[in-house]
Design a protein around this ligand. Sequence first.
Ligand code: FE2
Length: 193
Amino acid sequence: MDFSQSKTKECLARAFAGVCQDGARYQFISKSALSEGYSYIADQLKTIAKNKMAHASVLYNLMLKNMEDGGDNVTIEAGYPFESQLLRTSLQDSSEIEKNEGKNIFPHFAKIAQDEGFEEIENALTLISEVNIRNAEKLAFLAQKFDDGTLYSDDKINTWTCSNCGHSEEKKEAWDKCPLCSYPQGYVVIPEE
Ligand SMILES: [Fe+2]
């Protein structure tokens, strides 16, 4: 199959555009989280943004590698979600977006690459879809804790750690202000279940 005539080329371009836009969106949400005082969550979102740009780099390089006529414009048509940047809603919205990318969009693109014989592209798209599914789970977990008001409390004893100074304590609720560095509660690492 000639790459320039393939559906894989368009899928790769759409995937690239999608992860770039995701990367931008996570940077915006991370800033919102920081301004709302949720520093640890802001760091998590910043990490996802960084992951997205790494995915963008992989996809971009695959495009260049397969294009005989590098530098070509690739025209795509794709929908893109514009969601609220408020942390309360964006965690759940982002989880749904990641889930859709991980379970539907990227596997669909990977199948097209497989059918057309582009194994390296299929593999990258599949591995990215797996990251998206893990992101979806992580964001859904944070969204649930946020909605329940249990980000910093639990009905069982947890190890709470300050992401700034590393101080930690085992108790049911995290501190309002770190006893060591005085940084606020938003810096507390939210234990994953
Ligand atoms: Fe601290």
